[in-house]
Design a protein around this ligand. Structure first.
Ligand SMILES: [Mg+2]
Length: 200
């Protein structure tokens, strides 16, 4: 057992697993996996101020396409700022709540949030290198797919770091999209892929 901070959906000291809402999804369908910082919201470097959260507009139609197709949308985010002692789960909760609220205002629904706080630079129980839940390892994607009974082989991953793409690859995904600041090409390709899979 670990010291539990009751209101938070922590499966273990460094792993947040939250089901958002109660929308049901068919077994064996695809899911959309999204990195958070730098993909959904502008990455300000260990974001810790809910008031400073700003969405990346390019990602909104990707989430809307998955919502329309009836796919679950899953955020998988590394949060080593917690292991490093920059902030705690309370701050993560506030920032995450702000991200989800801003997305809802743009008609974008998210169905799960997973966050991994483990990092080798951490102290104590969070100071774990190469943790199976920390991207580029696939643990968070595997955990979410298990809960949602999603088919990883048909799923889509969008992120802004090589570790996001590698986590998707290790989880068995083949549809992996690396977003870039300069253009929305990856987002448009992801939307086309979601629409193509949904037609089949
Ligand atoms: Mg990122």
């Amino acid at each position: 057992m670990f010291e539990t901070s009751a209101p938070y959906p922590l499966e273990e000291p460094g792993l947040w697993v939250e089901r958002v809402g109660d929308k049901a999804f068919p077994d064996g369908g695809p899911a959309l996996f999204l990195d958070r910082d730098g993909t959904i919201n502008v990455d300000t470097g260990y974001p810790s101020d809910p008031g400073q959260v700003a969405l990346r507009d390019e990602i909104l139609p990707v989430i809307q396409a998955a919502n329309r197709a009836g796919w679950p949308v899953v955020i998988v985010t590394n949060q080593s700022g917690i292991a490093r002692g920059y902030f705690g789960w309370d701050v993560f909760a506030a920032v995450s709540d702000r991200v989800l609220t801003l997305l809802r205002e743009k008609d974008c629904a998210v169905d799960m949030v997973l966050a991994c706080a483990y990092h080798e630079a951490g102290k104590g129980v969070l100071g774990t290198g190469d943790h199976p839940m920390r991207k580029p390892n696939p643990g968070m994607l595997l955990r979410a797919a298990g809960m949602l009974r999603a088919d990883l082989g048909k799923s889509v991953m969008v992120g802004d770091k090589d570790a996001d793409i590698e986590a998707g690859r290790r989880a068995g995904l083949s549809r992996l999209f690396l977003v870039r600041e300069a253009n929305a090409a990856a987002e448009q390709a992801a939307i086309a892929e979601i629409q193509a899979i949904s037609r089949n």
